[in-house]
Every structure is written in structure tokens, then in C-alpha cells.
Design a protein around this ligand. Structure first.
Ligand code: 5GP
Length: 202
């Protein structure tokens, strides 16, 4: 049917569990890959360069912006983050689905260049639960947590730019809903029209 992979752009506030949902989805769906972003923030404990992120200096990051190496890039809590363009386009062309787990400014840039992407916003069950999850992670200082909560409130205002909301009540439910979204998107007539036309209408 449709040969090109789906670009799944997944945003949501820091601490909502996007990474866990995407990780579990990827385990069940080998046809889908996660884009590894570049960032200027320092690695957290256990993070590996080239696996979780490509950790770059500001200088290197700016050079890659100048070379048009990013599909999108944004500043989040004083650090640069960006999606390597060539790697993502190659995977889509090979028919693989690709997940971009990115914040809203970047998602809006992707939407303007690549409107056929599927834009999904992950919600916590409540604001209180989001705060609990951010604290429970135990990797950030109070100052960083406060900044990320402020940023979360600002991000919710962009929700109308997305096609779907995905509440992360339990990871299992969220992964199942993500699968349902992907299946529905793959059945859209607009994504299959040229095949349907060639095969059945002529
Ligand atoms: P963290 O520092 O917690 O790993 O990520 C902070 C925020 O940056 C998260 O909302 C994450 O989704 C977002 N992010 C990660 N990679 C990218 C990227 O390549 N581009 C953009 N715009 N945001 C990203």
C-alpha cells in the first residue's frame, strides 16, 4: 500500500512519559524507528552519546544549523535540540515509520515543511500527576523542575496544532492507543490514493 513511512511527531510536557510510551511502542513495532536528536545539554546519568542523543557543543550545533542539517531545531530550557534531517528522510524513504519525540516549537516547524506528518500530543492524567512524575524522576533540581512546569503550561496552549491527544494514564493503554492512531493513519484514503487508483480505478 503506501510505500513511504509515517512521520510520527510526538510532543508533550517534560515528565509526561513520552519516552517510555515511545520505547514500549518501538519494542512492539520493529518497522518503526526513533530519530536520535542532537542536543547541547549535558548527558544525564546512563545516557549514551549516539543512542539517547548526539551530544554536541554549541559551536558544533550552530555549524550544523548553518549547513541546513536539521529538519527542525529549537531552544528548550536554554539548550539547543534538533532533528538530523538526512537520517529521518532516509528512513521514511525506505518505508520505515519514524518517531520524532520533540517539543512544540520544533513540531510546528516540522508541520510547516512536512504537513503529512502525524502530530500527537501526550497528556498526563492531570496537572498534579505531571508534577509528581517530574519530581519522581529525581534527575532534576527544583529550579529545573519549576522551569519545566512553566514550560509545560506554555506547551499546552499549542495543542490545537496537533491531530491527536494521547493520555498517558498507563503506558500499556497509551501504547495501544498509539498503535490505533498509526493503523488509522495508514488506512487514510489520501495516503493510499495512488495505489487504489492504479489498481482499482485505472
Ligand atoms: P530532555 O532534555 O528532557 O531530554 O528533552 C527536553 C525536551 O526537548 C523534550 O520535550 C523533548 O521532547 C525535546 N526534544 C528532544 N529532542 C528534540 C529535538 O530534536 N527537537 C526539538 N525541537 N525538541 C526535542
Amino acid at each position: 500500500m503506501s510505500k513511504k513511512g509515517l512521520l510520527l511527531v510526538i510532543s508533550g510536557p517534560s515528565g509526561v512519559g513520552k519516552g517510555t510510551v515511545c520505547g514500549e511502542y518501538l519494542k512492539l513495532h520493529p518497522e518503526c524507528s526513533l530519530s536520535v536528536s542532537a542536543t547541547t545539554r549535558s548527558p544525564r546519568e546512563g545516557e549514551v552519546d549516539g543512542v539517547n542523543y548526539h551530544f554536541l557543543t554549541q559551536e558544533d550545533f550552530k555549524e550544523r544549523i548553518a549547513q541546513d542539517g536539521f529538519l527542525e531545531h529549537a531552544i528548550f530550557c536554554e539548550n539547543y535540540y534538533g532533528t538530523p534531517k538526512d537520517a529521518v528522510m532516509k528512513m521514511l524513504d525506505e518505508g520505515k515509520d519514524v518517531i520524532l519525540e520533540i517539543e512544540v516549537q520544533g513540531a510546528l516547524q516540522v508541520r510547516s515543511h512536512y504537513p503529512e506528518g502525524v502530530f500527537i500530543f501526550v497528556l498526563p492524567p492531570s496537572m498534579e500527576e505531571l508534577e509528581n512524575r517530574l519530581r519522581g524522576r529525581g534527575t532534576e533540581t527544583e529550579e529545573v523542575i519549576a522551569k519545566r512546569l512553566d514550560r509545560a503550561k506554555a506547551e499546552f496552549k499549542f495543542i490545537e496544532k496537533y491531530n491527536y491527544v494521547l493520555t498517558n494514564d498507563t503506558v500499556e493503554n497509551a501504547v495501544e492507543r498509539l498503535g490505533a492512531i498509526v493503523n488509522a493513519e495508514k488506512c487514510l484514503l489520501s495516503r493510499n490514493y495512488s495505489y487504489v487508483k492504479d489498481e482499482f480505478i485505472k
